[in-house]
Design a protein around this ligand. Sequence first.
Ligand code: DC
Length: 212
Amino acid sequence: MDGPSGSGKSSASRGVARALGLRYLDTGAMYRAITWWMLRQGVDLGDPSAIAARSGEPALSSGTDPDNPTIHVDGVDVAGPIRSQEVTGAVSLVAAVPEVRARLVSLQREIIGSGDIVVEGRDIGSAVAPSAEVKVYLTASAEARAARRTAELSGTTVEAQQAAMARRDTLDSTRTTSPLSMADGAIELDTTSLNLEEVIHAVLSLVKERAH
Ligand code: DC
């Protein structure tokens, strides 16, 4: 499941995994976790070579239970801190570094290789698992995406969120390594006017049609 922020990927992916009795992997949490570590280490995030040089150091571990997805860095539970504004504002810089992507993609493939799973991200269908049985690209209007993010956060406005998300989406779609894009063979699902149950239902129908 790929798509930009606020498209409803996380809730939909978890719901689909639950309904199908599958594991679930949030790859964005992995990029956020390595960003959290870089910030804590004082790595200069304006310098891609500094990020690249340290990218192999932290031990990352992702739990794949859709009812309780976990993320640890060097044994520390970072599920809370990776959602901070500091990490959210910095993650695009770290996610653009090829050495970071190579390391995380390889960890993701290891997890995917051990059995059926629902994986959410920006490059899953195009780069991480191009032979996935079902590829879904979730979209929603910029207004709907900003409104959803605003409802999840406190102390922000729809306008501020829309501007911040536009900036992040531009960075994510224009980077050289694996930019956010729709994969070959992906089915686009516009969630603007759908509630969560409807999105999950639509994805489950696609799975029924496509998976064998
Ligand atoms: O989905 P999210 O907001 O938690 O993603 C955090 C950041 O990580 C976002 O800026 C894009 C990046 N990302 C990525 O480059 N590739 C992925 N597979 C997942 C996320």
